[in-house]
Structures are given as structure tokens and as C-alpha cells.
Design a protein around this ligand. Structure first.
Ligand code: GLY
Length: 374
């Protein structure tokens, strides 16, 4: 069987790699650092096609909903193969208004989601606090999205690393791909510091760095840029967590893990690849979290992390074939990388193995950008 090189060992590269290795493919994943330690590590792990849907994203919504449907089977298979729990939680999500102004905005959003047929409910402040008693007395209303779940994304990427290698995949960490080698309109492999690694198929899954890799003709470089997200992690007592659901407010979202971690995310900033956390970013997140859940004030702060969302020009992923034979893309997932990881692994691995792209993914190939300048 022909050789496959995957550029990028994040949740996309590892997921695609696992699906291919399970089918007996000869597949190698290259990561410039430690696999799974870039955006996949900093994410909140929200699986929230309903709560995160935004006006203008109508075309993307069916993909997000299908992505969400693939999670239960993905969790079952991955937990069984890796022998670990992924802390997949189906408690649901609240989007909480802290004043009348927020309530008006969220009511508009709620009507939009209902209009799109989404299963959301409107709760009073009293009903919100019945579900989450530690929330601020200022909570006046909320959207309840009972089908929006979450998972511990760090456990997912660690598990994927393990099962990918168990299934026979080769993982090359600290191995930057310097160039995608293309000759006569088809890929020949990837250039490493030690020379060319020959491959018949190259999957570009390098997240926010997908556009930076040399060798791609200008019109094939995916229009993907880094959108910085800073997050703060606090530690709750695991036996007495302050929160059970994912909760959003205007300025932040809070994601509780079963081990007591409470992730507060995330800034959305156009700062290129500047990975320095800022006082302003952290202040904004902590203030938002404190206004929503005053008891965070006393929690130990254990980590501040910075990640780069791979954001395409229309915020939707870029999946499948390119005009270069053998070059396949899996990038540009913006805010939806964790949610779309099983679906991406499924459609991209099937495309690599069969040459057929699932109709669901067909609107999301690079072709949609090719007539427009990057
Ligand atoms: N999906 C959450 C974020 O991008 O911050």
C-alpha cells in the first residue's frame, strides 16, 4: 500500500492517522513539537453546535450537527482502544444573561436558534440558579441547550497518540516539515531536515500553520490565519465543584472537568503568532468568570495558556482534495476543531482510501476559495 504523510499531530492529524492506521495504511504523522500540544491542548473541549451557532453560519450548521452525532461512537471506540476515560459529559450548556441588555441579545439569539429548529429552551433567572446554585444573583435569564456536551480535549489527544501508534502508525514528534514536495502537479512527499520523506499522499493538518509551509503553489496555500485564544485554568475541589454544566456569559465561558479543573475561555484576538499571555486578556476572562460565578475569586489559578485557532476566511473547515494530486487538506476549523475532529477523521480518511468525498464535506473543499485572491 502507498505511503501517507500527515503534516501536523494535533487532534486532526492524529484522528485521521488513527482511522487510516486501523485500516492497515502505512501512515506517518509529523509534528514540529509535541503532538497534541498546540490548539488541541488549549481548547475548551465544547461539543456545542447549538450554543456556538452564529447568525451567518447556516451553511456550516449541518456539518456541526453531523460532527456532534459522531461523538458518542468516537468516544466509545477511543476509550476502549486507549483504556482511559475521556471525561465525555452530556450535562448540557447554559448561556447566561447577567443584565437586561444581555437578556435582549440572548433572546434574539434564542429566537434565531429556534428558527433554525435547534432544541434550546429559555429559562428564567430562578430556573438558571436551580440548575447552578453558585451562579451570581444577577443571572436574569438563560438559553438552555441540553444537547451541547463537552469532553476533556487533553485526554482525547493523549488517547489518540496512544491508539494511533498501537494501530501501527508512526509518530515523528519534534520533526518539522520544511516543505511539501510537489513535482509535475502531484505530491512526492515532504522535506524534513534530514531529506525528503517520499509519500504518495500528503495530508495537510497543520492547524494555524497550514499556510506557512513552503512548497505550496500560491493559489493552493489555504487561506488560514491564527486567531489567538487565551485561557485560564483554576482548580475547584473535585468533591465539591462550583459548576456542573458548561456556562457561557457575554465575556467568557466556563468548562468544569471531573477532576475539578475549571477552564475559563477564551479571548478571540488577531495577534498573529504572538504567544505571550496578556494582563488584559487574563483580566477580561477572570472578570467575566467572577461576574458569573463569584466564588471563583478564591480558587487557585493553575495555568494560563495561549492557543491559535486555525481560522479560514469563512470560518469553515477546508477538507479533502486540492488541485495537486495526492495533496489533501484538513485544516481551518476555527472554533470548531474539537467538535469536528471525529467527522474530519472519518471523511478525510475515507477520501484518502477511496478517492470519494462524502457529500456532506463537498461544500468545504479548497475549491470554494480558488477563484478569489488569498
Ligand atoms: N470553541 C471555543 C473557542 O474557540 O474559544
Amino acid at each position: 500500500m502507498s505511503r501517507i504523510a500527515i503534516v501536523g499531530g494535533g487532534i486532526m492529524g492524529l484522528g485521521i492517522g488513527w482511522y487510516l492506521a486501523r485500516e492497515g495504511a502505512d501512515v506517518t504523522v509529523f509534528d514540529r513539537g509535541r503532538a497534541g500540544r498546540a490548539a488541541s491542548w488549549v481548547a475548551g473541549g465544547m461539543l456545542a453546535p447549538h450554543a456556538e451557532a452564529e447568525p451567518g453560519e447556516e451553511r456550516l450548521l449541518p456539518l456541526l450537527i453531523e460532527g456532534h452525532k459522531q461523538w458518542p461512537a468516537f468516544v466509545e471506540a477511543l476509550e476502549e482502544a486507549a483504556g482511559v476515560s475521556l471525561d465525555y459529559r452530556t450535562d448540557g450548556t447554559l448561556v447566561v444573561a447577567l443584565d437586561a441588555d444581555d437578556a435582549r441579545k440572548f433572546r434574539f439569539w434564542y429566537e434565531y436558534l429556534r428558527g433554525m429548529g435547534q432544541p434550546v429552551e429559555w429559562l428564567s433567572g430562578y430556573e438558571v440558579r436551580k440548575r447552578e446554585p453558585h451562579l451570581s444573583r444577577e443571572a436574569v435569564a438563560a438559553i438552555w441547550s441540553g444537547h451541547d456536551y463537552h469532553v476533556d480535549n487533553r485526554r482525547v489527544v493523549e488517547a489518540l497518540k496512544r491508539v494511533f501508534v498501537q494501530a501501527g502508525g508512526a509518530l515523528r514528534e519534534e520533526t518539522p516539515v520544511r516543505e511539501i514536495v510537489i513535482e509535475g502537479g502531484r505530491v512526492r512527499g515532504v522535506r524534513l531536515d534530514e531529506g525528503v520523506f517520499e509519500a504518495e499522499t500528503v495530508v495537510l493538518a497543520a492547524g494555524a500553520w497550514s499556510r506557512e509551509i513552503e512548497g505550496l503553489p500560491p493559489d493552493i496555500r489555504p487561506p488560514v490565519r491564527p486567531v489567538r485564544g487565551q485561557v485560564v485554568i483554576l482548580q475547584m475541589p473535585p468533591e465539591a465543584p462550583l459548576l456542573h454544566h458548561v456556562v457561557w456569559c457575554m465575556d467568557a465561558y466556563l468548562v468544569p472537568r471531573s477532576n475539578g479543573q475549571l477552564l475559563i475561555g477564551a479571548t478571540v484576538e488577531e495577534m498573529g503568532f504572538d504567544a505571550t499571555p496578556t494582563a488584559g486578556g487574563v483580566f477580561h476572562l477572570l472578570r467575566g468568570a467572577w461576574e458569573l460565578l463569584p466564588a471563583v475569586y478564591d480558587l487557585p489559578l493553575t495555568e494560563i495558556a495561549v492557543g491559535f485557532r486555525p481560522t479560514s476566511r469563512d470560518d469553515a473547515p477546508i477538507l479533502g482534495p486540492t488541485p495537486v494530486e495526492g495533496l489533501v487538506m484538513a485544516t481551518g476549523h476555527h472554533r470548531n476543531g474539537i467538535l469536528l475532529a471525529p467527522l474530519t477523521a472519518d471523511v478525510v480518511s475515507r477520501f484518502v482510501l477511496t478517492g470519494e468525498l462524502d457529500p456532506l464535506a463537498q461544500p468545504f473543499t479548497l475549491a470554494r476559495f480558488l477563484s478569489q485572491p488569498a
